[in-house]
Design a protein around this ligand. Sequence first.
Ligand SMILES: Cc1cc2nc3c(=O)[nH]c(=O)nc-3n(C[C@H](O)[C@H](O)[C@H](O)COP(=O)(O)OP(=O)(O)OC[C@H]3O[C@@H](n4cnc5c(N)ncnc54)[C@H](O)[C@@H]3O)c2cc1C
Length: 438
Amino acid sequence: MGRMALHRLVIVGGGFGGLVAARALRRATLDITLIDRRNFHLFQPLLYQVATGGLSPANIAAPLRAILKRQTNARVLLAEARGFDPVNRRVHLADGHLDYDSLVVATGARSNYFGHDTWEHAAPGLKSLEDATEIRRRVFSAFEQAERETDRARARARLTFVVIGAGPTGVELAGALAEISRDTLRNDFRRINPADASILLVDMSERILPSFPPELSEKAAAALRALGVIIRCKTAVQNITPEHVLLKADDHTEQVFAHTTLWAAGVAASPLGKALADATGAHVDRAGRVIVEPNLTLKGHPEIFVIGDLAHCVTGDGKPLPGVATVAMQQGHYVARVLEARINGDAEAKPFVYKDPGSMATIGRKAGIVHIGKWCYSGYFAWLTWLFVHLIKLMEFHNRVLVLFQWAWSYFTFNRSARLITGEAQSGDHAPKELPHH
Ligand SMILES: Cc1cc2nc3c(=O)[nH]c(=O)nc-3n(C[C@H](O)[C@H](O)[C@H](O)COP(=O)(O)OP(=O)(O)OC[C@H]3O[C@@H](n4cnc5c(N)ncnc54)[C@H](O)[C@@H]3O)c2cc1C
C-alpha cells in the first residue's frame, strides 16, 4: 500500500496525552504526525525539582525525536498550531498547514491568574522549563541579594518567600524551599543565615491539599510546619507586586514584604481549545477546556479527539476529570484503541472510563502522602512510594538512570547541585549597590 493511501492522523501536542496516543499506535497502519512547538516531552510532575535546583532541565525532558526514533509510522514536526479548519480537515500552523483524516488535540494547560494577568511578572507560575529556571534564578538570587543587603528590613524581604496555592505543586515547592534554606544553603553564606528565611504557603481553601482526605491534609500540614513553613489557609491574595503581597483573611488585610512570590494557584486550558471550539461549534468551560463526548470526540466531529488537560470530560458522578497526567495517559491509550478499531472495521469502543490509580504528594525529602482507593498513608514510606512511582513513570520516556543517580546524590549529600543562577536579572531585582562589610 502506498503511503498516500494511509489514514493521516495528526496529533497536536507531545505531552502525556499526545505522546501516549502516538506510541500506543506504533503497530497501527497509519500515517502519524506529532506536532509540538517544543522539541521535547516534559515530565511536569518533577518541574518543582528543577525550580529548586534538585534536578537539571535535561533530567526531566526528553527529545520527541529520540522517543519516536524507531516508530516508523510516526514523524515529528516542530511547529506551533494556531487554528483549525474542520471542513477541509486542516490544522493551521504558525508557518503553514497540515491536512488530516483524524485529529487529536492535546495541548494541555497554562497558569491561570484568574483575570489578574499583571501578577504574572511578579509571581511566575510553574508550567514550563523556562518557568522552572526562572523560579530557580529568583530563589537563589534572593539569598545572594540578602547577603549584600545592609538594611535589615530589606534583607528580611529578600528572605521571604510566598507560595500561592496549596495543591500538590504549591506544597512541593514550599517543602523544597524550606529544605533549601534549612539544609542545602547551611554554611554557604557569611552575613545571613539562610535558615532565617520565611516561607509562607497561602490558599483560599479551608485546608492545604483539598483534593486529598482531611487526615492526609493534616499530616502534610504537620510535616510542612516541622520544616518551618507558615501555612495561611482561608486567605485570599488581593495584590502582588515585585516587593510585596497583600493578603486578606476574614476582615483582616496584611501586607507581606516578599521579593519572591510563586504562583501555584491554578491552570487554564491552552488557548488552542477556544480556537478549536470556535471552529467546530464545541463549547468550552470556564477554564477554557473543550467539552467532549463520552468517547472524547467533539459533537458532530467523530474524527476530532480532545484529550488531557485541554478536555472537559465528565464521568459518572457528573464532575469533570482532574488535570493530571494519569488522565491524559489513559485518554491517549483510549484514543489509540478507538482509532485502531475504526481502521480495522471493528465495533466502536465503549465510552472512556477513568481508572483512578490514586494520588500523592511529597513534602521535602522525608515525608509524603498517598491516597489510593481506601488506602491513606503518610510519612517516609509515602515519600518512597512517591519516588518509586515517579521513577517508573519517568522510565517510560526518559533517561532514568541518570536521574536516579543525581537524586541519590542530592539526597545523601543534602546538596542541590543544580542550583545555578542562569538567565537575565529583571529590573527591580538588582542587588543593593552599597556593599556591606564583613
Ligand atoms: C508543576 C506540575 C506538577 C504536576 N504534578 C503532577 C503529578 O504529580 N501527577 C500527575 O498526574 N499530574 C501532575 N501534573 C499535571 C500533568 O503534568 C498534566 O495533567 C499533564 O501534563 C497533561 O497532559 P497533556 O498531554 O494534556 O498536556 P501537556 O503534558 O501539558 O502537553 C502539552 C503539549 O502541547 C504542546 N503545545 C501546547 N500548545 C501548542 C501549540 N499551539 N502548538 C504545538 N504544540 C503545543 C506543549 O509544548 C506540550 O508538549 C503536574 C503539572 C504541573 C505543571
